[in-house]
Ligand binder design. Structure first.
Ligand code: SF4
Ligand code: SF4
Length: 156
């Protein structure tokens, strides 16, 4: 599968030599591993703040490619979809997947070997069993009062 993210021409292991705040837009985008886990609906307990992940994917998510079908214009359809930047990352880190590259680097942790920037292939995230490709149900076909039945452990 070709990589929908342009990771060509980047300095080797740039994420180890620069701070997140120093990354160019291209470097920032290249950090996304394509796991798709941030496109799953979560259930948050108002009292405890605990976040449970469900297999119910956002309406724009394509389960077969593990990508957003309308990424560039997604806010026309899903206005609540977050824009992850250096300033919004601290607000969202608590619910982002444990393996999300942005969260890992923000926490001072290394990227895993299956990350496309290290493996050189966008498929390695799927081969390592980290992504949610072919593992979701549609938001359209799953009423919100049934989401609790679809709570899953994060694949890590
Ligand atoms: S969880 Fe992080 S690394 Fe995975 S698709 Fe979302 S932004 Fe990219
Ligand atoms: S709009 Fe696209 S990027 Fe945002 S959660 Fe939905 S599928 Fe993911």
């Amino acid at each position: 599968m070709s990589d929908p993210i342009d990771r060509n021409g980047l300095a080797p292991r740039f994420w180890e030599t620069k701070r997140l705040s120093q990354l160019s837009d291209k470097e920032w985008e290249a950090l996304c591993d394509g796991c798709g886990k941030c496109c799953l609906n979560k259930l948050e307990d108002d009292e405890t703040g605990e976040v449970a992940l469900t297999r119910v994917a956002c309406r724009l998510f394509d389960d077969a490619t593990c990508r957003c079908t309308q990424y560039d214009i997604r806010h026309q359809f899903v206005p609540e979809c977050i824009v992850l930047t250096m300033s919004t990352l601290p607000l969202h880190a608590y619910w982002l997947p444990q393996t999300c590259a942005y969260k890992l680097l923000w926490e001072g942790k290394p990227l895993p070997d299956w990350h496309p920037l290290i493996s050189g292939s966008p498929d390695s995230v799927h081969q390592a069993g980290i992504s949610i490709r072919d593992g979701t149900v549609s938001e359209f076909e799953t009423p919100e009062d049934e989401w609790e039945d679809h709570i899953i452990e994060e694949p890590t």
